[in-house]
Design a protein around this ligand. Structure first.
Ligand code: 3PG
Ligand code: MG
Length: 396
């Protein structure tokens, strides 16, 4: 498959509407992991170097059509300026007179950042009139948001149909790296899937059991599976209404010979906070007033055993509450082990997802992985062989 890149476009003096994914983790208005910002720098710099005017379009969070102040992209201006080494002008809306004036007034070397596209309910609906309003701001559309390409939204899909379009540098890199590592993966393949986005990923798991030899399930999702098997998970994060789906996935895995790895031991606490008093117990021994915050050492040993004989690892989502110590232990230990095997060359390791990248950075493992994707959901959907609307629109 091929698509137009920035190299085939005449960018001089052109306003380049550039869809980026700067949905970065933040705490109290401060970016806690800048990976997604760092990875779009080449696109922005190349557009500037060619004499073009980058106009950034992006979403932040899921404001559902409301102007939620905590989800304003304005807070990212300092982090973007630091990343680009260029001035970033901000417009308080992604359509309308103010945005048009700002786009028209851009000086050479400046970058324009438009406010959160999801402040408009029309964005996720891929409303053509809304897309046409955004299209007025640019001469060219460049999609550099691989990690949002699984969304058929106006800024990720609709715009590609309205303006001459191309893929940005990160989009190119993501697609070629994923194809190279996972196009025809070396077996055995292990997938580690964790994190708190339970219901969305349960469906993805159903597809993964068809493709991988071992599926390690961690985080909140693991609790859902334990609970589905009749184990009391106390006050743990778990989706009890997903029991049937979880059981179907387990049954499908056993029919297809996919080895599902759930925690055999757990680390529990009474409070969700750093350094909360905790104990390590068997997976079926969670007290009624406690919650599972991490997988235990026996589970980690099982994972590292599997990694020893694996050839390919796909990782999405932490194994525990990695953002609070010491509940990052299982994630850190498994990540460090995978990093060492990758460095030795015995494992091809590919990881994706905002939380995952943050967790691997925290574990000091990210730079040793074979490839780190900035994508979470898009990464998994690509893995399943699904067509990503944002990518398909570029090809069309
Ligand atoms: C992500 O963070 O995974 C992407 O930015 C997509 O966000 P979404 O899941 O809210 O569409
Ligand atoms: Mg997502």
């Amino acid at each position: 498959m091929s698509w137009t890149t920035l190299d085939q476009m005449d960018l001089k003096g052109k306003r380049v509407l550039t869809r980026v994914d700067i949905n970065v983790p933040m705490e109290n208005g401060v970016v806690t992991d800048a990976t997604r910002i760092e990875r779009i720098v080449p696109t922005v710099k190349d557009i500037l170097a060619a004499g073009g005017h980058p106009i950034l379009l992006a979403h932040y969070g899921r404001p559902k059509g409301e102007r939620v102040p905590e989800m304003s992209l304005q807070q990212l201006v300092p982090a973007l300026e630091a990343g680009f080494g260029a001035d970033v002008v901000f417009a308080a809306d992604c359509i309308g007179a103010g945005a048009e004036a700002a786009a028209g007034a851009l000086q050479a070397g400046e970058v324009l950042l438009l406010e959160n596209t999801r402040y408009h309910a029309a964005e996720p609906k891929n409303d053509p009139e809304f897309a046409a309003e955004m299209a007025k701001l640019g001469d060219i559309y460049c999609n550099d948001a691989f990690s949002a390409a699984h969304r058929a939204h106006a800024s990720t899909e609709g715009l590609a149909r309205l303006l001459p379009s191309c893929a940005g540098r990160l989009m190119q890199q993501e697609l070629s790296a994923l194809e190279g590592a996972l196009g025809t993966p070396k077996r055995p393949v292990v997938a580690v899937v964790g994190g708190a986005k339970v219901s969305t990923k349960l469906e993805l798991l159903g597809n993964l059991v068809e493709k991988v030899d071992h599926l390690v399930i961690g985080g909140g999702m693991a609790n859902t599976f334990l609970a589905a098997q009749g184990i009391d998970v106390g006050k743990s994060l778990a989706e009890h209404d997903m029991t049937d789906t979880a059981l179907e996935i387990l049954a499908k895995a056993s029919t297809l010979g996919c080895n599902i790895v759930l925690p055999s031991d757990i680390v529990v606490a009474r409070e969700f906070k750093a350094n909360a008093a905790n104990e390590t117990l068997a997976a079926d021994a969670c007290p009624a007033d406690a919650m599972i915050l991490d997988a235990g050492p026996a589970t980690v040993a099982k994972i590292t055993d599997i990694l020893d004989s694996a050839k390919t690892l796909i990782w999405n989502g932490p194994l525990g509450a990695f953002e609070i110590e010491p509940f990052d232990a299982a994630t850190n230990a498994a990540a460090a082990y995978a990093a060492t095997l990758s460095e030795k060359g015995s494992l091809i390791s590919v990881a994706g997802g905002g939380d995952t990248v943050a967790a691997l950075n925290q574990a000091g493992a990210a730079e040793k992985f074979t490839y780190i994707s900035t994508a979470g959901g898009a990464f998994l959907e690509w893995m399943e062989g699904k067509t990503l609307p944002g990518v398909a629109a570029l090809e069309g």
